[in-house]
Design a protein around this ligand. Structure first.
Ligand code: ADP
Ligand code: ZN
Length: 216
């Protein structure tokens, strides 16, 4: 089993790397952001409840996201999990530890992806997603192909996230520094933390992460 957390500010590239790891190693990607966006798209009562909070850039309650993760962990089998965008608070980190314990599993690594704030703003305001398969594009570093077709699924519809604007991004960054960055110290103290430079090209970041995981 390999269970790992990708930790970093919005726009650090957690989702992109999580997808690569999921494909390359057969791990299950658990993205609370994706789960919450699915809940919104489905129009469920919970989805309607979280929509405004997400658009503003604030964190959804611990209770909701812990519930989502608990459901997915119970339903999944496989060689391990990549937690992407979870945990984001100390309470979530404690809850994850307890859930893994209960399943007789351990957390193997927490990989902090470091990117400076200016790069984050530039990345996020240039970001779009394939409406069909969720492949992430970036006008600067990974543009949508000239023929307008998704490299992964051939889809032709792309969308921008409602919270990928400057005002929400400022709130998301603040939430990261206030509520999530304490997890760096938390996992360092547990001996689980490794940091990689998230500023390089997608392949370079992937190699750095592989280096951490394959070191054992
Ligand atoms: P990003 O990392 O780019 O900010 P995500 O897709 O991970 O984006 O999350 C989008 C939004 O979903 C967050 O701004 C927040 O409102 C909500 N969210 C996602 N994961 C969590 C979580 N673990 N705890 C609380 N809120 C969350
Ligand atoms: Zn696609």
């Amino acid at each position: 089993m390999t269970n790992l957390i990708l930790l970093g500010p919005p726009g650090a590239g957690k989702g992109t790397q999580a997808r690569l790891l999921a494909e390359g190693r057969g791990l299950t990607q658990l993205s609370t952001g994706d789960m919450l966006r699915e809940a919104r798209a489905s129009g469920s009562p919970m989805g309607r409840k979280v929509a405004e909070v997400m658009d503003r850039g604030d964190l959804v309650t611990d209770e909701i996201v812990i519930g989502l993760i608990e459901e997915r962990l119970a339903a999944s089998t496989g060689p391990g999990f990549i937690f992407d965008g979870f945990p984001r608070t100390l309470a979530q980190a404690d809850a994850l530890g307890a859930l893994l314990d209960r399943m007789g599993q351990t957390l193997d690594a927490v990989i902090e992806m470091r990117v400076d704030d200016e790069a984050l703003v530039a990345r996020i305001t240039a970001r779009s997603t394939c409406a069909t398969c969720g492949e992430v594009y970036n006008d600067l570093t990974k543009p949508i192909p000239a023929d307008g077709r998704c490299v992964r699924c051939g889809g032709t519809e792309f969308s921008r996230r409602a919270d990928d604007n400057e005002s929400s991004l400022r709130t998301r960054l603040l939430a990261y520094y206030k509520q999530t960055s304490p997890l760096i110290g938390y996992y360092h103290a547990k001996g689980k933390l490794a940091s990689v430079d998230g500023l390089g090209e997608i392949g370079a970041v992937a190699s750095a992460i592989a280096g951490v995981l394959d070191k054992g």
